[in-house]
Design a binder for this molecule. Sequence first.
Ligand code: KIV
Length: 285
Amino acid sequence: MSVTHSLDTSTSRANPVPSPLKRLTVPKLQAMKGSEPIVMLTAYTARMAQLLDPHCDLLLVGDSLGQVIYGLPSTVPVTLEMMCAHGAAVVRGSWHAVVAIDMPFGSYEASPEQAFASAARVLKETGAAAVKLEGGEAMAETVAFLVKRGIPVVGHVGLTPQAVNALGGYRARGRDEAEAAKILADARAVAEAGCFALVLEGVMEEIAAEATRAVSCPTIGIGASATCDGQVLVTEDMLGLFERTPRFVKRYDDLAARISEAAATYAGEVRSRAFPTEDQIYRTK
Ligand code: KIV
């Protein structure tokens, strides 16, 4: 069953929504390599998508929603149902950017066929244009299987958070030669298998630069230096919603403090009966 529905502009709380632009396409994004930097942010809700969409080329419904939205300890428990529900919301809230949706842990690794069934469900239920999956050489056959069947794929190598239990943490990758060579081999493998963009997460600058030169698709870095063809951050990190953020995050705001302040002011006004005022109440004439 499709849950894509379109946004009802008469009941939406948002300002009048911008008139629909023609959405960017996967081939247009691919063609940005070597010309314009690709701007990508995560989004999990319709309203956040509305706010970010005019500024972004790609919106990623990341499985980081497990930690950011659900307070889970990692991305491992995230389900296909969660990704479909949030993916559909982001598609409803956007008109311009390509929307890519993370395939959650356990929904694609067993076989190319399992990956196809999961990815087809994601695209049908959300209306998104692409999926993202983690893994290098081991996932190349799966990437090729999906791409040949019409499913655009974003690859993701380097630090792959779904493998946290095997990696033993979230430290940046590629500090020794063997690890660096493996990351480069992973990048080449999924790029040659046909992914249209490649996320490089938490890798040394030299590896990002070499991978960006080596692959024909755009690379999108997160903690992977300015040598990549584009950049992605978790939106809530860059907005300053969390006290602790990794070194590679630049905070563009301090929303946690501002939300806390607004909530404290509201609480004070409720307790002192300063809210609601005449302006916020209904009266019979
Ligand atoms: O899940 C996510 O948000 C991601 C990005 C950080 C690349 O994979």
